[in-house]
Design a protein around this ligand. Structure first.
Ligand code: PAF
Length: 268
């Protein structure tokens, strides 16, 4: 991959990377199309597909993660992706270096999924070094991930611009996610409670966060199989919690719907 990337660099081609863990859906299609728009038809669009084991804190979550490589390749062909980079393994047995961040990763997903962001940053750093892209595209659905990657790019001086694609939603509001295929039976219907909670918070501008969080937790947990991990109102730039819910802040939330852990977020 790196040899190929050095060739593109020498030829002066602009390269954009869309890192994914596969199980591609329309949300990924929109990120790929953003990537293509950025480098036009002469540029190179690379989609990486790699279920990165070290970002899973729960071994069962890793086992259950959907893997649909041949379908993913078909989607990439339809979207005129130039290269699908789908390595079997990116780690040596005795690998001893990782990328760690000590501020943005200490809350929210970082608390509930210990080690997750170190795994994400380490694999994204590897992908950046292998693909040598000028641009890389991430989805806003993983809002904290985007903030963490931006921080890594800033602090490690990667010469890469980060582009962010908006969250795509199903007609009933459920944010598109590779994990949605795991929502069997009536779990699929219950999962819409997350986007409904975001809507509810948009109608509650001016409320004290502490009360609104309690109210939203009760609202979500009315669903028989829903269990909230966290609900937080944050400043969009530094992800610091805010006391009063104001316009321009963001709600970030995570909940388990049966065995499936989902995250979502929205601008207020
Ligand atoms: O967002 C994802 O799918 C993953 O966290 C990423 C960025 C591909 C790293 O494995």
């Amino acid at each position: 991959m790196q040899r190929q990337a050095l060739g593109w660099r020498q030829a002066g081609s602009r390269v954009v990377l869309v890192p994914t863990m596969g199980a591609l859906h329309d949300g990924h299609r929109s990120l790929i199309s953003l990537a293509r728009k950025k480098v036009k038809k002469d540029g190179v669009v690379v989609v990486s597909i790699y279920v990165n084991p070290v970002q899973f804190n729960d071994p069962q979550d890793l086992d259950n993660y959907p893997r649909t490589l041949s379908l993913d390749k078909k989607i990439c062909r339809e979207e005129s992706v130039d290269i699908v980079f789908a390595p079997n393994n990116l780690y040596k047995k005795d690998e001893s270096v990782e990328v760690k961040e000590d501020n943005l990763t200490t809350r929210l997903e970082g608390v509930h999924r210990p080690g997750h962001f170190t795994g994400v940053m380490t694999v994204v750093a590897k992908l950046f070094n292998l693909v040598l892209p000028d641009f890389s595209v991430f989805g806003e659905k993983d809002f904290q991930q985007v903030a963490v990657i931006r921080r890594m790019v800033r602090d490690m001086n990667y010469p890469i611009s980060i582009l962010v694609g908006p969250t795509l939603r199903e007609v009933d509001g459920l944010a598109m996610s590779s994990r949605n295929v795991l929502l069997t039976g009536d779990l699929r219907g219950q999962a819409t409670v997350l986007s409904r909670a975001i809507e509810l918070s948009r109608q509650s501008i001016g409320s004290r966060s502490v009360y609104l969080k309690r109210r939203l937790r009760r609202f979500i947990e009315k669903q028989p199989d829903a269990q909230v991990d966290y609900i937080e109102f944050v400043d969009t730039i530094n992800l610091n919690p805010i006391k009063t819910v104001n316009k321009g802040s963001r709600i970030l939330l995570a909940a388990k719907i049966g065995p499936v852990r989902l995250i979502d977020n929205g601008l207020l």
